[in-house]
Structure formats: structure tokens, C-alpha cells
Unconditional design. Structure first.
Length: 317
């Protein structure tokens, strides 16, 4: 629905969905993730009614149908196989289903395999497609976390920064560091994210990392564990507001004197060490390439054109 945006400006995917549906951003997350994981229009109608009780059944059904048509799109068949087309996320859903329908599905980046309980040869009439699509997304998220943690472990060691992994919760990762190193570790998190994004892009055949996703939208710096750094956390048993923390994007972080000094003191010998490490790594296999191994360039382009068709007439041309 949106290719880029900022949470702070209300232009990210969840904020835009919340505005369209007249629900909160947290509620829109449930709606968006449900759609991505394979939930249908019936699920969307139920959520809309739950989050916005004032909406009528007719309005809820029309809204769900319109949104699914604009995002997931419509579906038709080509050589007996279902294809989604006409939506902003149609290509994504086709790719997810193609991964899930493999005999031995692998995550596109690190090549992690699915549990044998969900492999096609162990299933009967119920193919558990939504569960296998869910696996592809969630396990890719695990790949992302592992790459990020390994990057942080490497960077904190070579820069001799005492940082301890505290906890990971869904899409959040938190480190305990000395106050004097807080901005340095925030910068290392941004670099780790850049490396991880680069790895994902490379494995998916994207030669350049889009700037819109190269860095975290912000890194929170705080002295307590809370959802947002600007929450007062006032409760009946704790009537006093807790001082706010900081939430810095990459531009704000680069303006910090500590970071400018940190970057100036960069040791070029570390780059050479890193190049030596990379030179010893054998070429990575790309599980994603197996999906198209039997397709030539003309066929690939035809399938892309098919998926971005806006109506059934164009689809069947």
C-alpha cells in the first residue's frame, strides 16, 4: 500500500492503513499482518467490526473488499495455477505461495528449511498453505535477526565497545551499554541493519539497497524498558512521570558530535581485515533462484506483466 514512509510522520504502512480504516495504528498492524499471512476478507470484516463498532456490516464488507482488491488483488488461473494480479502486493503473494508450494521450501536468504510436518509429501488434502506462507515470512524474520546479531557481535568486538544483548521481542532488539557509548552502539545498529539489508537484497537479486530501507527508521535510546521513549508511564502506584529517552534517525545520529568523532577515528586497517574475511567466503547459494530456474528472461518479463494487469481483460490478453 505504501513503499516508503515514516512512523513519526504518519506515512508508514500501518499509519496509512489506520487512517483509511479509522482505527488505531496498533490495530492496523493486526489487519496488515493478517492479510500478509494469508487471512481472507472474512477475517478483515471481523477485525473492522471489532476495532470500529460503529461501522455497519455492509460498510465493513465493502471496505474489506476494496482494500483486498487494491492490495492482494484479484486471482485467475494460468496453466492450472492460481495467480494474483492487479494489487500493490500481488507479486509478493505470488512469490510467497511459490516458495510455500516447493517440495522442500527454503527461506530466500539463509536457506533454512521448513519442518517436515509441513512438507508437501507429508500432507493430504489440507495443504496448510497459510501456515506455510506464515513460515516463509516468520523464518525470514529469524534469518534477519540472526544476521543482525552476528553483525553487532562483530562490530562491538572490533571497536572494543562493551555492549550486551538484553532482549529481543518480535521486531525489537535491545542492548545494554554504558551511557558514554550509547550513540556509538546506535550507529553500529544502523550499520548492522545496512549490512543485513544488503544481504537480503543480494540474495533476492537486487544489486543496490534502496535507501528507504537501508537504515532503521529510528533507534531508541532509553534508561527503562517501555514501548515508546516519550511515554510518561504514570500509573496509580507510580504517579511521577519518568524522564523521556531519545529516538534518533540516521540523520539525527550523524549530527551528534560523538558520532562525527567516532567516524573520524575509523581505522582503515579494519576495512582490510573485513575484505580478507569476505575473500575467504565461498559464493552463497540463492534458494530464490530455484523458483525461476526453468524460466527464460522473456517468460519472466511476461509473468511480471501479467501480475501488474489492472483488469481481467488485460490479464487474459
Amino acid at each position: 500500500m505504501t513503499l516508503e514512509g515514516k512512523k513519526s510522520e504518519g506515512t508508514d504502512l500501518h499509519s496509512k492503513t489506520a487512517n483509511i480504516l479509522n482505527i488505531s495504528r496498533n490495530e492496523s498492524k493486526v489487519f496488515n499482518y493478517g492479510r500478509i499471512y494469508g487471512a481472507g476478507e472474512k477475517f478483515a470484516v471481523t477485525l473492522l467490526k471489532k476495532f470500529n463498532p460503529s461501522i455497519s456490516d455492509k460498510e465493513a464488507k465493502e471496505t474489506a473488499k476494496r482494500l483486498y482488491g487494491a492490495t492482494k488483488g484479484k486471482n485467475d488461473f494460468l496453466d492450472g495455477k492460481k495467480i494474483w494480479y492487479g494489487g500493490s502486493e500481488s507479486i509478493v503473494f505470488n512469490r510467497l505461495e511459490k516458495i510455500a508450494e516447493q517440495e522442500n521450501p527454503k527461506t530466500p536468504v539463509l536457506g533454512a528449511g521448513i519442518t517436515s510436518a509441513l512438507q508437501k509429501n507429508n500432507l493430504n488434502s489440507n495443504t496448510f498453505l497459510p501456515s506455510r506462507i506464515n513460515w516463509a515470512i516468520q523464518s525470514s524474520g529469524v534469518d534477519y535477526l540472526h544476521l543482525l546479531l552476528v553483525s553487532m557481535s562483530y562490530l562491538t568486538k572490533i571497536y572494543n565497545i562493551d555492549a550486551r544483548l538484553c532482549i529481543t521481542v518480535h521486531d525489537e532488539i535491545r542492548y545494554l551499554v554504558k551511557e558514554e557509548d550509547q550513540y556509538k552502539v546506535a550507529m553500529l545498529l544502523q550499520i548492522s541493519n545496512l549490512w543485513t539489508r544488503a544481504m537480503f537484497c543480494h540474495q533476492l537479486g537486487i544489486d543496490e539497497v534502496p535507501q528507504t530501507c537501508a537504515f532503521f527508521s529510528a533507534v531508541d535510546i532509553d534508561h527503562v524498558l517501555r514501548k515508546e521513549v516519550d511515554l510518561d508511564c504514570i500509573t496509580p502506584s507510580h504517579p511521577n512521570a519518568i524522564p523521556h529517552g531519545e529516538s534518533l534517525d540516521i540523520y539525527q545520529l550523524l549530527e551528534k558530535p560523538e558520532i562525527q568523532e567516532f567516524l573520524k577515528s575509523h581505522d582503515n586497517e579494519k576495512d582490510e581485515d573485513l575484505k580478507e574475511v569476505f575473500s575467504k567466503i565461498s559464493k552463497l547459494s540463492k534458494p530464490n533462484e530455484l523458483l525461476d530456474k526453468n524460466l527464460d528472461k522473456i517468460t519472466k518479463n511476461f509473468l511480471i506483466k501479467l501480475q501488474i494487469s489492472t483488469n481481467s481483460k488485460d490479464f487474459k490478453k
